[in-house]
Design a binder for this molecule. Structure first.
Ligand SMILES: Cc1cc2nc3c(=O)[nH]c(=O)nc-3n(C[C@H](O)[C@H](O)[C@H](O)COP(=O)(O)OP(=O)(O)OC[C@H]3O[C@@H](n4cnc5c(N)ncnc54)[C@H](O)[C@@H]3O)c2cc1C
Length: 61
């Protein structure tokens, strides 16, 4: 896959602290979701956690 640059995401603590809170909030009707935006990167459990967060946000509309 041409734009796939690795198996999973890895972040520094600083990047998580700086960007995660904003990336986990919607921008209008655009929601980002996936393992790469969880605190369990590299695991299916992270994908589930992110899906639960986003589906909860949408359900609250
Ligand atoms: C080699 C390897 C081994 C792993 N082993 C384990 C393990 O043993 N246990 C474990 O818990 N986790 C494991 N993982 C991690 C697990 O696979 C991921 O955390 C999980 O699949 C992430 O789910 P996701 O829904 O966030 O993303 P993904 O499963 O990557 O789903 C994203 C989907 O979006 C699609 N997509 C991308 N761009 C577009 C586009 N423009 N339009 C439409 N669709 C698009 C992709 O094709 C893909 O189907 C492993 C990962 C790798 C790479």
């Amino acid at each position: 896959m041409p734009y796939s640059k690795g198996g999973w995401a890895e972040y520094t603590t600083n990047v998580r602290t700086t960007y995660y809170p904003r990336l986990n909030q919607p921008d209008g009707n655009i929601y980002l979701c996936g393992e790469h935006l969880s605190y369990l990167t590299g695991w299916m459990a992270g994908a589930f956690e992110s899906a639960r967060l986003v589906s909860t946000q949408i359900a609250a509309l």
